[in-house]
Design a protein around this ligand. Structure first.
Ligand code: BGC
Length: 445
């Protein structure tokens, strides 16, 4: 169990408290998180919207319940982790993990523009304290895809001052929670829209048409012509504003209180060029999907690599998976070697500590999950043997949870969740992953 060191509030924290954001007494009572980080992080990841349930002030909630919608299910109660987070933390601790990556929900903390909820901040304070009590280093994602509905109404990250509003949220949240945070990332998969742009199939298929329809309907229903929901937004308009938002939020979080590394995570799939122009194709696609985010990562404290598969491109664009290849429940290729390729890419291009902040497999066959975990481990070992300083392996996900437009069908969890009574049942893969972490004892694989 983590010792609870004393917390000396900074001038900024006291100023924030005096301004009425957080009662000073609470700040003074808050334990600090500035405990030494374990040598290697063994953890699981989860996001707010996908697990908490009833995230009713978010853009995603509105869109899921719209007619027409691009979502196969509405998130509803999700895993009810907003109330059952203690059980989730107990499971993570029982697996001998030392890190818990989770997201905080902006729309709970700031349900109306400029109105910050002390109760919501308190909730996350309890989650953070729960992590420390169980020896789990909390890695906090400030924005995992969802935004407040009011923010979507005014144009989301497609309007320039969206960056300032995100930075303000980051500042207020840090004022309340900073001393308890172990590590933080601003955006989850900051380049996800660039990746979508590189996959032309997404832009032409029925799913894209459904999404366009949904957003048009949202604009009418909300009387908000600028309505922009991050996952469905225009990549070219969002990308520069998101980089500005990352830079400003990074500054706001680093200003404290609290002293912890702040980074970002990137969606990094292995890119294979095919055909006589393979090398140029690969370089071109990589340039397209990472854009200027490699540089943004270089100016952060660390980068989180998130890898699920590989993508093959020839001169005509994205190719289907090779004939006979095993596909996961998401329809893409089972290809754990992508983990090694992307960790190498990150290490080669970004001279900052590298964490594997997400990888996992959607499957109903838990034996394939165990195989995927073992294959990931081998990739990590090879990278480390080659001198790459990978600092953590965080599995997506602790729980079977809400898989965005795919609803509840794909199962990524180490732990099954009963959709009627929320009972959690660890799968054999959970015990497998836990046994690996236990053997490593906070060290490298
Ligand atoms: C996202 C998660 C998602 C996972 C599996 C990642 O891109 O960060 O929110 O559930 O992939 O698809």
């Amino acid at each position: 169990m983590t010792e609870t060191p004393r917390f000396t509030p900074t001038r900024r924290a006291v100023a924030a408290a005096l301004a009425g954001f957080v009662p000073a007494a609470r700040l003074l009572a808050a334990p600090a998180a500035n405990t030494p980080r374990p040598g290697f992080l063994w953890g699981t990841a989860i996001s707010g919207h996908q697990s908490e349930g009833n995230n009713v002030h978010s853009d995603a909630w509105f869109l899921e319940n719209l007619e027409p919608t691009a979502f196969e299910d509405a998130s509803g109660d999700a895993c009810d982790s907003y109330h059952r987070y203690g059980e989730d933390l107990d499971i993570a601790a029982s697996l001998d993990l030392n890190c818990y990556r989770f997201g905080i929900e902006w729309s709970r903390i700031e349900p109306e523009p400029g109105r910050f909820s002390i109760a919501a901040l308190d909730h996350y304070k309890h989650v953070l304290e729960g992590c420390h009590r169980r020896g789990l280093l909390p890695m906090v994602t400030f924005n995992h895809f969802t935004v407040p509905l009011w923010f979507a109404d005014r144009g989301g990250y497609e309007v320039a001052d969206g960056a300032d509003l995100f930075a303000r949220f980051a500042e207020r949240t840090t004022a309340a929670l900073g001393p308890l945070i172990g590590m933080a990332t601003t955006f989850n998969e900051a380049n996800i829209l660039l990746l979508r742009k590189a996959l032309p199939r997404f832009a032409t298929d029925a799913g894209a048409a459904r999404a366009r329809n949904m957003i048009e309907t949202a604009r009418r229903r909300r009387s908000a012509p600028a309505f922009s929901s991050y996952l469905f937004a225009d990549p070219d308009r969002v990308d520069p504003i998101l980089r500005d938002a990352h830079a400003k939020a990074y500054q706001a979080i680093k200003a404290g209180p609290g002293d912890f590394p702040v980074g970002l995570t990137l969606s990094m799939q292995q890119i294979d060029g095919v055909g006589p122009n393979a090398a140029q194709i690969q370089a071109g696609v990589e340039a397209m999907i990472y854009g200027e985010w490699i540089d943004a990562a270089r100016h952060s404290d660390f980068v989180g690599v998130q890898t699920y598969s590989r993508l093959r491109f020839n001169d005509d664009g994205l190719m289907p998976a090779p004939e006979g290849a095993e596909l996961t429940a998401m329809g893409y290729e089972y290809y754990p070697a992508a983990v090694g390729a992307t960790l190498r890419y990150a290490a080669r291009h970004i001279d900052k500590p590298v964490y594997l902040t997400e990888t996992g497999i959607g499957t109903d066959d838990d034996r394939r999950r165990i195989a995927f975990i073992d294959a990931t481990l081998n990739e990590l070992r090879r990278c480390i043997a080659d001198g790459i300083d990978v600092k953590g392996y965080i599995y997506w996900s602790l729980l079977d949870n809400f898989e965005w437009t795919r609803g509840y069908a794909p199962h990524f969890g180490l732990v099954a969740v009963d959709r009627h009574n929320f009972a959690r049942t660890p799968k054999p893969s959970a015990r497998h992953f836990g046994a690996i972490a236990r053997r490593a004892h906070g060290g490298r694989p």
